[in-house]
Design a protein around this ligand. Structure first.
Ligand code: GDP
Ligand code: MG
Length: 300
């Protein structure tokens, strides 16, 4: 009798794309089991391509979280975000179009259009099914989705509740090409400490601020040093107008203090060590429209 052939090792890039706020970053974190990408209730929280690596004995999947595809706003930052998302989906071996259960908007249409135009094999992940009761209400939506595009598979999930995530990961892996390990075992992302700290501060800030301000904010770690067993971090919060400075600082500095405390607690936990965080609010007029500022902040 012949030996059972061993399944080949599979590897490749899977881009998570979709309109803003469908849950792509929550999904990335659920797929790799670590918080690598920041999450807030506001659209356009993710500005960069965030890599999250999942490795098992039979496969390695390099997930790419991306900024939400959205209608072109005039700002340079919006253009850069759309470019980042489009580039990731064009590079990937497979695309996961993330959607929100029972919803289909003009921006979902735009996102599907980009996927179709790139000619990439795509899986649809229908997220937030925890909100759908009874579950049968989903069936006509799934059927319609199948008629919109020849998806390889349509997988209902809840990224928030980690529901059906395993099944989605298996479906993605099954469609990856045979290939070698791409990243050393144990590696989770390609982003350094400074980036992860800056992002965590931006998450806490975004959660604190009202509608308009978060879009005018960027965070940059200016100093990272080891001193007497503590990690010393100085970070600048860039606002794009003088008038936003007092909003970020808050009355008697209360808001900035809350943000600092929240960020420090999360980072202590994430890094499994104590850190001392100092935040500065600085103004760089219209940085979101300024190509050079975007470049300096790693956003182009
Ligand atoms: P992104 O903009 O596509 O990356 O979306 P985020 O991951 O930042 O999530 C946007 C919002 O949707 C946040 O408030 C999340 O907590 C929420 N969210 C994400 N996934 C789920 C889910 O499966 N169920 C529910 N109810 N909310 C979710
Ligand atoms: Mg996101």
């Amino acid at each position: 009798m012949k030996n059972t052939p061993q399944a080949p090792f599979r590897s490749g890039f899977a881009a998570l794309v979709g309109r803003p706020n469908v849950g792509k970053s929550t999904l990335l974190n659920a797929l790799v089991g670590q918080k690598l990408s920041i999450v807030t209730p506001r659209p356009q929280t993710t500005r960069h391509r965030i890599l999250g690596i999942y490795t098992s004995p039979s496969e390695q999947i390099a997930f790419l979280d991306t900024p939400g595809l959205h209608r072109e706003a005039p700002r340079a930052l919006n253009k850069a975000m759309n470019r980042t998302a489009t580039a990731a989906l064009e590079e990937a071996d497979i695309v996961v179009l993330v959607l929100e259960a029972l919803k289909w908007t003009a921006e979902d249409d735009l996102a599907l259009g980009r996927v179709a135009r790139a000619g990439r094999a795509a899986i649809a992940a229908v997220n937030k099914v925890d909100r759908v009761r009874p579950r049968e209400r989903l069936l006509p939506y799934l059927k319609e989705l199948g008629e919109r595009h020849p998806f390889l598979a349509i997988v209902p999930i809840s990224a928030l509740k980690s529901d059906n995530i395993e099944a989605l990961r298996r479906t993605i892996a099954a469609h990856l090409p045979e290939g070698p390990v791409l990243y050393p075992n144990g590696e989770l992302t390609d982003r350094g400490l400074e980036f992860r700290i800056a992002e965590m501060i931006r998450e806490k800030l975004t959660l604190e601020l009202n509608q308009e301000v978060p879009y005018g904010i960027a965070v940059e770690v200016e100093r990272l040093a080891e001193e007497e067993g503590q990690l010393m971090v100085d970070a600048a919060i860039w606002v794009d107008r003088e008038g936003q400075k007092p909003i970020v600082i808050g009355a008697k500095g209360e808001r900035l203090k809350r943000v600092g405390t929240a960020a420090r607690l999360t980072l202590n936990e994430m890094l499994k060590r104590r850190l001392h965080l100092t935040l500065w609010v600085k103004v760089r007029e219209n940085w979101a429209d300024n190509a050079r500022a975007l470049k300096e902040l790693g956003l182009e």
